[in-house]
Ligand binder design. Structure first.
Ligand SMILES: C[S@@+](CC[C@H](N)C(=O)[O-])C[C@H]1O[C@@H](n2cnc3c(N)ncnc32)[C@H](O)[C@@H]1O
Length: 241
């Protein structure tokens, strides 16, 4: 069976999900802001911005945001919202993550669920290094391939037997080898804000049943650092060294 292109896959998603105002209390956005510090007047890249809700958040904080994505539907949606609301400090562009070195340098780079789409990863990391100013910082909200158990479920069950698959056919969670590539170019700090592990089983395998009990199990286990690092979700904080 032929597969649709990645671009077509995401265009279909954004046809059904036009740009919306961000949640100002979104813990991911607040964590990024904490890492960046003062972003007023700074040049900030929203990498793989999707429909651009995060871009709206950073623009409201006073950054000059360049928002890029390969989905022209997403970029059109964000452009239209900016025009209608007279938002002048966001520049939406259809552009690949591999072309960011052509956009000039940035004080900050933000990405939510984008790194694990980018192959060859080392090539992208070189472009990222060129794009960040000497005191630049980056923040990525990512998934995590460290748990062999989660990856086994993802590989053998997700997308089969009626178990939903939410991502495109090319993506794979961020691997420890990819973190090692980032460490060759940047100072890297990984934060697991919470343990997301058994809660996933409820969403994928149990149609949402027992969600609150399994989340409670995650909350209990997250006090033990040796479990927390296996969380499916993580923040990847970079500083130019
Ligand atoms: C999981 S979505 C995340 C979107 C948005 N950051 C969010 O959190 O809602 C991944 C996004 O990456 C974009 N993408 C995939 N490959 C890309 C690439 N090579 N360059 C730029 N964007 C890409 C997709 O079009 C999609 O919008």
């Amino acid at each position: 069976m032929s597969q649709i292109s990645i671009e077509t896959f995401w265009n279909k998603i954004y046809e059904a999900n036009p740009t919306q105002a961000p949640n100002e209390q979104d813990p991911v956005l607040l964590a990024a802001l904490k890492h960046f510090g003062n972003i007023k007047g700074a040049r900030l890249l929203d990498l793989g911005c999707g429909n651009g809700s995060s871009s709206l958040f950073f623009a409201k904080q006073g950054a000059n945001v360049v928002s890029i994505d390969i989905s022209d539907v997403a970029i059109q949606s964000l452009t239209q919202l900016c025009v209608e609301n007279n938002i002048t400090n966001i520049t939406p562009m259809k552009c690949s993550a591999f072309e960011i070195a052509e956009l000039g340098t940035f004080d900050f780079v933000f990405g939510s669920m984008i790194l694990h789409h980018l192959e060859p990863f080392a090539v992208f990391v070189e472009s990222l290094k060129q794009s960040l100013s000497p005191k630049g910082k980056a923040f990525f909200y990512e998934n995590n391939a460290l748990s062999n158990l989660l990856i086994w479920f993802r590989t053998h069950l997700v997308g089969k037997y009626g178990i939903p698959k939410y991502g495109d056919h090319d993506e794979f969670p961020l691997t420890p080898a990819e973190i090692a590539i980032l460490k060759q170019k940047f100072t890297v700090n990984i934060i697991h804000p919470q343990l997301v592990f058994f809660g996933l089983a409820s969403i994928y395998l149990l149609k949402g049943n027992w969600h609150s009990s399994l989340q409670k199990l995650d909350s209990f286990l997250e006090q033990f650092p040796r479990f927390k690092k296996y969380s499916y979700l993580q923040y990847v904080l970079l500083e130019v060294n």
